[in-house]
Ligand binder design. Structure first.
Ligand SMILES: Cc1cc2nc3c(=O)[nH]c(=O)nc-3n(C[C@H](O)[C@H](O)[C@H](O)COP(=O)(O)OP(=O)(O)OC[C@H]3O[C@@H](n4cnc5c(N)ncnc54)[C@H](O)[C@@H]3O)c2cc1C
Length: 303
């Protein structure tokens, strides 16, 4: 069978692509290697979803999955390993090969790891990347947050539910996120901020205990912490699947045009994985719909 659209990933972007394709009656197949819904599974409160303030990732996820079921859009639990430049495209997965006239890569990204001495050793033993998953483990402890974009500050506020104190550490000379989030962080009695400060190393015994910090003047000091939550953006994943068919930026994001098409006709990228993504759930959903419409135009042009 040759599908109209094959979709790599079932996060917000992949699910939305599937939904838009299902509504048009296209033959579409989604592939997911971990959890259906991608990062939606981890987003417990979503404040910025237009029209549904305070919704949650799991609620959005299950609602979209119900909609997909109504339109009988299939999701295969498999890892896509390669996308071959053939007509139609050939996708190699760990459970077989699939053919599609168009492909949408919606693989999202994984959290960018801290890259300092000791970081690997204390990964999972004090260094964590999901505030909502691991934050409760640090009750009554001092927790540092590395990074200061809007997700980092939102999670710093969340961590105050458990930690005795939260220290936001930002290398730049000011916090990245602005607006009401920053005001809430600035006003919070249990949050301290350190801008112009670099984490040089992490140390401890069995568990993380100290950060070595260096300020903008080069002064080094040791900060005692029970945990370090790292929120330094993401590394796109799945970009190597398409080999030379796509161009990527220095950060690994896939370069696309306004139709979300890559350098290869009929191959699209949507959501966090693409260049200039605004890295939000509503934007990823919008991308999925755009990618589907662009794929339809490509299918019609090739008829
Ligand atoms: C801490 C944090 C908090 C956030 N909070 C918010 C918020 O409140 N509101 C908001 O709008 N956004 C928030 N975001 C951003 C939001 O989570 C992302 O923008 C959104 O989830 C991106 O969706 P996506 O579909 O591009 O990727 P993902 O949700 O990452 O989904 C990609 C999927 O593709 C799968 N995949 C990857 N490679 C393959 C492969 N080779 N084969 C098969 N499957 C594959 C992955 O397993 C994954 O399930 C937050 C992000 C972080 C890090």
């Amino acid at each position: 069978m040759v599908y109209d659209i094959l979709v790599v990933g079932s996060g917000s972007a992949g699910l939305a692509t599937g939904l838009a394709a299902g509504r048009r009656g296209l033959d579409v197949m989604l592939f997911e290697k971990e959890s259906i819904g991608g990062e939606l599974v981890n987003r417990h409160t979503i404040e910025n979803f237009p029209g549904i303030p305070g919704t949650t990732g799991p609620v959005l996820r299950s609602t979209i999955i119900e909609q997909l079921e109504e339109d009988t859009v299939p999701i295969t639990l498999a890892t896509v390993e390669e996308i071959h430049d053939e007509e139609p495209f050939r996708l190699v997965t760990d459970s077989g090969e699939y053919h599609g006239r168009t492909v949408v890569i919606a693989g999202g990204g994984r959290p960018r790891k801290l890259d300092v001495p000791g970081a690997e050793e204390y990964d999972g033993r004090g260094i964590f990347y999901c505030a909502k998953c691991d934050g409760p483990l640090y009750a009554e402890e001092i927790v540092a947050v590395s990074g200061s974009d809007e997700w980092a500050l939102a999670d710093a506020l969340y961590l105050t539910k458990y930690a005795s104190k939260v220290i936001v550490i930002e290398e730049g000379d000011r916090l990245i996120a602005g607006g009401s989030l920053r005001e809430r962080v600035d006003a919070h009695p249990d949050i301290g901020t350190k801008t112009g400060t670099e984490i040089r190393a992490v140390e401890g015994d069995d568990l993380l205990q100290r950060l070595t910090l260096v300020d903008a003047d080069g002064n080094e000091r040791s900060e005692r912490v029970g945990g370090l939550y790292v929120q330094q953006g993401i590394e796109p994943r799945g970009t190597s699947l398409a080999g030379k068919m796509v161009t990527t930026t220095d950060c690994g994001a896939i370069v696309v045009d306004q139709a979300l098409e890559t350098d290869r006709d009929g191959l699209f990228a949507a959501g966090d994985i693409r260049q200039h993504s605004s890295r939000t759930i509503p934007a990823a959903i919008g991308d999925g719909i755009t990618a589907c419409q662009s794929a339809v135009r490509r299918l019609e042009a090739n008829e």
